[in-house]
Write a protein that binds this ligand. Structure first.
Ligand SMILES: [Zn+2]
Length: 113
């Protein structure tokens, strides 16, 4: 194996046009896996019971169930289409979803397992 190349950490003052770096947020699941939980700078709070698959481009949203419990964080791409969910619960079904939080990736408007 070749020696791994270590990328130099970017200087936080080197901002790319229009994109402000945000500190990475990670969340650890009950099975010890770490997931990226970093919101976009354009981060919204959804209305209880709503989880739109379209939103503003390059944005993220916290999704709440009808009772106002925070159940998911959702990310939207440059076209405003959802591409990733991080579910914070096991959907009340620990057999089917033993891990939480867990992620679902979207492709062409279809949510993956
Ligand atoms: Zn799920």
């Amino acid at each position: 194996m070749p020696p791994s190349k270590v990328k130099k950490a970017k200087n936080p003052s080197d901002k790319k046009a229009g994109v402000e770096p945000l500190p990475k947020e990670k969340i650890m699941s009950n099975q010890g896996n770490e997931y990226d939980y970093t919101p976009f700078k354009n981060h919204k709070h959804g209305k209880p019971g709503e989880n739109p698959i379209k939103s503003e481009p390059n944005s993220s949203m916290d999704i709440y169930d009808k009772n106002g419990n925070h159940v998911q964080r959702r990310w939207y791409d440059k076209n405003g289409d959802v591409y990733r969910d991080l579910d914070l619960t096991n959907h009340g079904n620990s057999k089917k979803h033993p891990e939480y939080p867990h992620e679902h990736l979207w492709k062409d408007g279809v949510r993956g397992k």
